[in-house]
Design a protein. Structure first.
Length: 123
């Protein structure tokens, strides 16, 4: 499995749903998480001194308000599994959305993660 991401931060989990290794699984769940913050969240560069040392960091100047906003996912998955042929994003309740096109790639399957997708099933 290869994961290529343009995000500064992304947590991506890939799990077989049929008790087979990822290379042989016929149903795989992909979960993607990026930075999520309230609308209007803002920081600025700041320095703090402690124990005679100066530390560079960020100071929160606005904690924001609803709604929460997620950074768009920017990732491509390539998995060496000849059984896979389609990718179906799921909404946050687990219901299927429109199929996402994938391609055959070097004995496997490649798919771009939808920007707004948190969950996707590969079959």
């Amino acid at each position: 499995m290869t994961i290529e991401s343009g995000n500064d931060y992304a947590a991506i989990s890939v799990v077989a749903m049929d008790d087979k290794p990822l290379s042989q699984s016929e149903k795989i769940l992909v979960q993607v998480g990026t930075v999520v913050r309230p609308k209007g969240w803002a920081t600025r560069p700041a320095q703090r001194k402690a124990d005679g040392k100066t530390y560079d960091g960020q100071e929160i100047v606005n904690t924001g308000s609803m709604p929460w906003q997620a950074v768009a996912a920017d990732a491509t998955l390539t998995i060496r599994n000849a059984h896979l042929h389609k990718a179906t994003p799921l909404d946050t309740a687990g219901f299927p959305l429109n199929e996402t096109p994938g391609t055959k790639a070097a004995g496997g399957f490649q798919v771009k993660v939808p920007q707004t997708g948190m969950y996707m099933v590969l079959e």
